[in-house]
Design a protein around this ligand. Structure first.
Ligand SMILES: Nc1nc(=O)c2c([nH]1)NC[C@@H]1CN(c3ccc(C(=O)N[C@@H](CCC(=O)O)C(=O)O)cc3)CN21
Ligand SMILES: O=c1ccn([C@H]2C[C@H](O)[C@@H](COP(=O)(O)O)O2)c(=O)[nH]1
Length: 276
């Protein structure tokens, strides 16, 4: 059984058995018919994925690995906030007439800041420190910038990464304030696992652990029957991650540079509605 399946199944069982519904509260997200999108949630879910053992991808439903990598590169490599630079439609509902999602995600990572060594954006600062200061305990990105929140279509959910080099191993903590378990838990885990693998490669390190800290782990009301159905399925073993051996520059990765070899999975036979 893929470890990502094991964690997802256990997290969802815990949420459904011990979670709290917000049905009696006023909530922000809406379904496409205008009705409020309520959730059942647990606070403070933490999952540790050892990337040396296997790549964390769910098999109980087909995961769109290439699309998730495309979104990750949109944010971390293109540092874009415009859906015209994205090869999927997952952000369309939050974009304005010019395609912008405001000062969120890629925009924040691309802003330059002054340091003693000169000006860097947050991604280049991480790349610099992994090479030149691997013993640093200050290798952190943060895009939850209060100063700009009023200009973001959606406040960042996966908002901070902490990178830590132990020996020659790159470990990371992904801090996430809010997690739509069905739409994006597997999506966020596999894309940030891919990020750790890419950063390790270009820094001459080995990918180690990804620790995923989720403050509010929730299942939307209309997702409950789908979750119940997919967590009852029999998982497959995890596939193997292939990375193009020729790439040693973070900015040279494309969505074809990483592949999942031998990925066996159950089909995703329903369209998952996304609350906006
Ligand atoms: N309610 C909500 N949940 C989310 O997970 C979420 C938001 N809102 N808003 C911003 C982004 C958009 N996200 C999304 C939205 C849709 C898919 C999605 O439809 N995924 C499909 C197909 C992807 C494709 O290949 O185009 C999947 O099968 O994973 C994934 C992430 C994650 N985020
Ligand atoms: O990468 C992402 C982006 C978004 N989400 C989910 C988490 C929530 O269900 C919504 C955001 O709504 P808030 O009311 O702002 O929390 O989007 C995700 O899981 N992963």
């Amino acid at each position: 059984m893929s470890y990502a399946d094991e964690r997802f199944i256990q997290n969802c069982k815990d949420i459904l058995a011990h979670g709290t519904w917000d049905t009696d509260q006023a909530v922000r997200p809406r379904w496409d018919d205008g009705s409020p999108a309520h959730t059942i949630k647990l606070f403070g879910v933490v999952n540790r994925y050892d990337l040396r053992k296997e790549f964390p991808v769910q098999t109980i439903r087909k995961m769109a690995f290439k699309s998730s990598l495309d979104e990750l590169l949109w944010i971390w490599q293109k540092k874009s906030n415009n859906i015209h630079d994205l090869n999927s439609h997952i952000w369309d509902a939050w974009a304005d007439e010019n395609g912008s999602i405001g000062k969120a995600y890629g925009y924040q990572l691309g802003v330059k800041h002054v340091y003693p060594e000169g000006e860097f954006d947050q991604v280049d600062r991480v790349l610099y420190d992994l090479k030149h200061n691997p013993a640093s305990r200050r290798i952190i990105t943060s895009i939850y910038n209060h100063h700009d929140l009023y200009e973001m279509a959606l406040y960042p959910c996966a908002w901070s990464m902490t990178f830590n080099v132990t020996g020659r191993t790159l470990n990371a903590i992904l801090n996430q304030r809010s997690q739509d378990m069905l739409t994006a838990n597997g999506w966020n885990v596999m894309q940030y696992a891919a990020l750790v693998h890419m950063l390790a490669r270009v820094s001459g390190l080995e990918a180690g652990e990804l620790v995923h800290v989720i403050a509010d782990a929730h299942i939307y009301d209309r997702h409950v029957p789908i979750v119940e159905e997919i967590i009852a399925r029999k998982p497959y073993e995890a596939p193997t991650l292939w990375m193009d051996p020729a790439v040693d520059d973070f900015y040279a990765f494309t969505r074809d540079s990483l592949k999942l070899e031998g990925y066996q999975c159950h089909p995703l036979d329903v369209k998952i509605p996304v609350a906006v």
